[in-house]
Design a protein around this ligand. Sequence first.
Ligand SMILES: Nc1nc2c(ncn2[C@@H]2O[C@H](COP(=O)(O)OP(=O)(O)OP(=O)(O)O)[C@@H](O)[C@H]2O)c(=O)[nH]1
Ligand SMILES: [Mg+2]
Length: 308
Amino acid sequence: MTNAPEFRCGVVALVGRPNVGKSSLINALLKTRAAIVSPKPQTTRNAARFIYNEERPSAPPSQIIFTDTPGIHIPKNKLGRFLIDSVENALTLADAVCYLVEAGDREVGAEDKEAIAKLAGFGGRVILTATKCDKGESEQAFEVYRSALGGKVSVCVALSAKSGQGLPEFIDACLPFLPLGEPWFDPDILMDGTERFIAAEHVRAAALDLLRDEVPHCVAVEIDEYKSPDEYQERKKLYIRASLLVETDGQKAIVIGSGGSMLKKIGVRARKYLEETTGHSVYLELWVKVSPHWRESPAVLRRLGYTA
Ligand SMILES: Nc1nc2c(ncn2[C@@H]2O[C@H](COP(=O)(O)OP(=O)(O)OP(=O)(O)O)[C@@H](O)[C@H]2O)c(=O)[nH]1
Ligand SMILES: [Mg+2]
């Protein structure tokens, strides 16, 4: 009689410069829009944890907790410094790091040098991952970064979150790093975050989609009221009242738009995202508030959950 293989469970932190495709990889693995993604750098602002449950019969029973971290950049304000601190915290809890570069990368840029320096104190192994392989060939990127990461790399994987190429190989590369142990999360849990945090992220995703230039970086979202359909008997809808925080009156005018048109568009898009992810019909009320220099205010950053 053979014994069933023992369960494995561990944490893999996704680390890399902004825009390299960390959050897109999470969504491709979880087959849903769990993490917010945009073409703008510094989209992710919290080291959020997402749960992948291995279901392939051929693979050992396991659960991988992926930490999606903010892209490492040279910080320009207190918010930026919080983003970097949250990556360092994520490293202390990781069993392995997946360091992401783009398949077409030919040299190590300034942000990558920062990111690689952050890995200096990490004693574990690194999975070097070339993303967006639908757009380019990865051998040279592997060569350049393997050498920059100085002997930490155990395995290289090329993948595309867009086409799905390389995703099973990526999971296979993560499995050997997981320690034996029971799952941390029930199999129906996708993400370790409060409903309010997830709702705020979807509203921010809608704002990121529709706003241009520097404005998205100045926007934070605060959930003022959140009532589940059970608590909101009169309408049987998920009721959310949220504020978009900006730093100046000029930004407020842009976010509201002529005759309220931009805010309306953001609301329509955010409601769609919230309905897709919660499965509920949603009543969403959005306000825009000016909070001068919120990205430099420890009190506001703490209130928004941006403190390590
Ligand atoms: N062609 C292609 N584009 C991709 C792929 N993965 C991500 N992208 C695009 O790259 C951009 C950045 O993706 P994100 O997943 O938000 O990147 P990130 O590393 O999480 O960025 P930050 O949160 O800012 O650190 C988006 O426009 C994605 O659509 C891929 O496999 N192929
Ligand atoms: Mg991201």
